[in-house]
Design a binder for this molecule. Structure first.
Ligand code: SF4
Ligand code: SF4
Length: 111
C-alpha cells in the first residue's frame, strides 16, 4: 500500500479546479473523465470537484477514512490537478499537517 493510500489529506484540504474539457465526454478527459455530477460549475472555463470548497473540504470522490485507508473512486479519470500532485509537492506536507498527520520525512518515533 502506498503512503497516499493511507493518507488522502490533499483530497481533504484543497480546492480542486479544472477545465470542463476534462469532464466525461470532454475533449481532454483522462480515461473516462470526471462525472459531471461530481463537480460544480465555477465559471465557463472552470469546474470544481464537489466538496472541495468549504471550511472542511473533502472531495466527494474520496472514499475511506483520511489518515487510515482511502481511495479515489474515479482514479483513472481523475482531473489534472490530482495527476500533478504527489508527495514531492510542498503542499503535501501542509495537507498532512492540516489533517493532523506527521510529515513523511519524520523519523520514526523512538521508545
Ligand atoms: S497529502 Fe501527500 S501523502 Fe497524502 S495523499 Fe496527498 S500526496 Fe499522498
Ligand atoms: S478526484 Fe480523486 S484524487 Fe482528486 S481530489 Fe478527488 S478523491 Fe482526490
Amino acid at each position: 500500500m502506498s503512503v497516499c493510500q493511507s493518507c488522502g489529506a490533499c483530497c481533504a484540504s484543497f480546492r480542486v479546479d479544472f477545465h470542463p474539457a476534462e469532464l466525461a465526454g470532454g475533449a481532454y478527459a483522462w480515461g473516462e473523465g470526471v462525472p459531471a455530477e461530481l463537480t460544480v460549475p465555477v465559471t465557463p472555463a472552470i469546474v470544481r470537484m464537489r466538496g472541495t470548497d468549504g471550511a472542511a473540504p473533502r472531495c466527494v470522490a474520496l472514499a475511506g477514512e483520511v489518515g487510515v485507508a482511502v481511495n479515489c473512486t474515479i482514479y483513472d479519470g481523475r482531473p489534472s490537478p490530482c495527476r500533478e500532485f504527489d508527495t514531492e509537492h510542498a503542499a503535501c506536507a501542509r495537507a498532512r499537517q492540516r489533517c493532523g498527520l506527521p510529515p513523511l520525512s519524520a523519523p520514526p518515533a523512538s521508545g
